[in-house]
Design a protein around this ligand. Sequence first.
Ligand SMILES: C[S@@+](CC[C@H](N)C(=O)[O-])C[C@H]1O[C@@H](n2cnc3c(N)ncnc32)[C@H](O)[C@@H]1O
Length: 246
Amino acid sequence: MPEPQSFEIFQSVEIFHSWDLYDNIVRNNWMMHRQMASVIQKVALEITGTQSTTPKLRVLDLGCGDGAMARNGLKDCPVEKYVGVDLSQEALRNLAACQGLGSNVQVLHGDIATSIEELPIEAFDLVLASYSLHHFESAQKKSILNQIRRLLSPNGVFLWIDIARLDREDRSGFIARIEQDIQSRWIPMPSEHRHDAIEHIRNYDFPEQESWMIDTWDSNSRNHRSSGNPIEYRDAFYIALRLAAG
Ligand SMILES: C[S@@+](CC[C@H](N)C(=O)[O-])C[C@H]1O[C@@H](n2cnc3c(N)ncnc32)[C@H](O)[C@@H]1O
């Protein structure tokens, strides 16, 4: 069977038209949202801790959804500006209707790949992409990572939260593993919803290996800086990488 093409990107939001389904995943912590929110909080406080003047955080959230992940992660942080980008109008409407991301909230309805090209250089201290970049194939991810570097302030951080393949694992190996995990662990979810989630991953998800994610980021560093060990969270399926600007 031919590999699905990521130009079908607009359909990649299909499963999230039902935010009830995704809410269920988040509420049950099946995709480690609680752990990831703690990572966001830790990194955000580290960034503001290094600021000499009044701490303030300018945040860009790529594939923000309804903003729930960012709201949980940033709840005790001095957010000066929050910009969320997403293809789903419904998700952005939900985001705009909620408090908790500061008083300067902007939403951009559009594709991450094109929307970020319009944003100004060094405009953000924290760029967050949680469970959204795996919708792009490798070459597109590379150019998005380049753009993210351009958008980060000199001491800024890109926090990349995503699904990730194991070393030497190919895409089909990952899909077989996660299918088993979903079928055995996401148990209170109705089986037709589990089936939908698996089909979505099979058709639209292109996870990378952890080494590819780190090496590709480092390969664009202007001063040839290595990220060292940027792993803030890792289990068999999910990863959070703290990647510095520069
Ligand atoms: C799994 S949800 C993640 C939501 C949230 N960031 C979180 O961590 O819970 C993926 C989000 O990415 C959005 N998305 C998928 N492809 C996109 C694209 N090409 N451009 C913008 N948003 C996209 C979907 O609409 C959805 O809201």
